[in-house]
Design a protein around this ligand. Structure first.
Ligand code: AMP
Length: 135
């Protein structure tokens, strides 16, 4: 499998590298939804977080957390750390990656809204149990 992030991990196409170790690479996202927006990927291909093994998830998120802390030291007031899985969730590059997005509290071009919808028909206990039984 060779997607754009495999090519970056192999050094076949350039990136603005933030961090690298044997398993993980972090580089600036071309889109820079806010300044400092960084992607963290495993060098070994896997399609998304749902396909990744525990160790890979652990390594990638540890680096993402550390980059979040670095961005806070640089003046961010907060940080979003997130992974999109599958097209329906907005994934466009099918190689597991974590976005680290520094926030200032005044990021006009980035709107993330968790809007409540009508929950009257939801049986919260049954739903929680159903999710639990699928773990
Ligand atoms: P997602 O929508 O979660 O799959 O995010 C994919 C991200 O990859 C987008 O934010 C793109 O801007 C970014 N991206 C795609 N190609 C490159 C590249 N060659 N270098 C850096 N970022 C990239």
């Amino acid at each position: 499998m060779s997607d754009v992030f495999c090519l970056i991990a192999n050094g076949d196409i350039p990136c603005a590298k933030v961090y690298e170790d044997d398993d993980v690479l972090a580089f600036l996202d071309l889109s820079q939804v806010t300044t400092g927006h960084t992607l963290v990927i495993p060098k070994k291909h896997c399609a998304n977080i749902l396909e990744a093994d525990d160790e890979t998830v652990e390594r990638v998120f540890k680096v993402a957390r550390n980059i979040g802390k670095a961005l806070m030291k640089m003046g961010a007031k907060g940080v979003n750390i997130l992974a999109n899985a599958n097209e329906a969730a907005g994934q466009t590059v099918f190689h597991f990656h974590v976005h680290v997005i520094p926030r200032t509290g005044n990021d006009e071009n980035l709107v993330m809204a968790f809007k409540e919808h009508d929950t009257s028909s939801i049986d919260f206990k049954a739903l929680a149990n159903e999710i639990n039984s699928n773990l």
